[in-house]
Design a protein around this ligand. Sequence first.
Ligand code: ACO
Length: 339
Amino acid sequence: MGKINAIITGIGGYVPDYILTNEELSRMVDTSDEWITTRVGIKERRILTEEGLGTSYMARKAAKQLIQKTGVDPDTIDALIVTTTTPDYKFPSTASIVVGKLGLKNAFAFDFEAACCGFLYTLDVAASMIQSGRYKKIIVIGADKMSSLVDYTDRATCVLFGDGAGAVLVEATEEQNIGVQDSYLRTDGSGLPFLHMKAGGSVCPPSHFTVDHRLHFLYQEGRTVFRYAVTYMSNDVMEIMKRNNLSAENIDWVIPHEANRRIIEAVAKRAELPLDKVLINIDHYGNTSAATIPLAIWDNESRLKKGDNIIFTAFGAGFVHGASFYKWAYDGDKVAGAK
Ligand code: ACO
């Protein structure tokens, strides 16, 4: 038997219907379409507004579409992993809720938290599980309801985020030189002061004080985070390129985490990669955290061809960061329902 490789065999996605535009935001806080467009590159983002619906709702919708598009038998799914910073509850896991709603009888399910690197890290974990030979089919879902932890009175953060979910099916194959090829993943634990939520965890559980002092929202020192994001993502991309003899000529696509269009442009410039090879959709979704990379795949599936060399890269709270080299495994334009 040859080496087992792990490949993505399908993609599903979901974004809520409600569109929060820059124009609407500029009626809520002191901002403007001009500032948001030039400083961040976002025009609109989707928000899950229905009361009582959380991250699992979007994750389930994305996974349902994935199952329908791939035609996979749900009973053959071995595991389902949801990567999110905005779980439905502290416990049980969001993945356990999704697996129950989907009726997957033979899967075990768990959450994996790595902020905006969630999808990048989890794809590698799922690939390692597949390569071990113990599991054949794993659903990986990146999903975040960022609107649940954004302070809509803080102009410095509320313009940045949106809600959404993307799901991929990761499968085993004995075909060689395809799928996950290499990854360079790191965590620099110095990021806490610059990007976190102050209350609600075990250090500072919820209380009247934490609510009164608005401590249940995302806190970010934007400039510092920006600097780290550019440095780490570009260094990680260049490391992956060096290790795999990749260059602007033989890379087909770069799929980055989308936090700010200026970060993406700076990373591409430092790594000397042309922007027309970088898949960017931040203008219409904003930063959906763990969902940005799978949503970019979802939006561009029909452009991806078997054998395409893809670099994924991400950065987020922690600081988590990294890049991976992936060889696309199917012709997206032959998939019914591909965007
Ligand atoms: N509208 C108008 N003005 C604004 C707004 C706004 N929405 N937000 C901030 N400003 C003002 C500030 O008050 C400041 O004004 P001042 O000069 O009078 O003090 C000025 O704009 C510049 O503020 P900066 O914070 O320096 O603006 P910057 O250009 O750095 O952009 C931003 C801010 C968009 C947050 C940027 O720093 C950024 O993208 N940071 C990184 C975000 C990121 O990558 N996050 C990681 C992932 S998130 C995760 O892991 C959950």
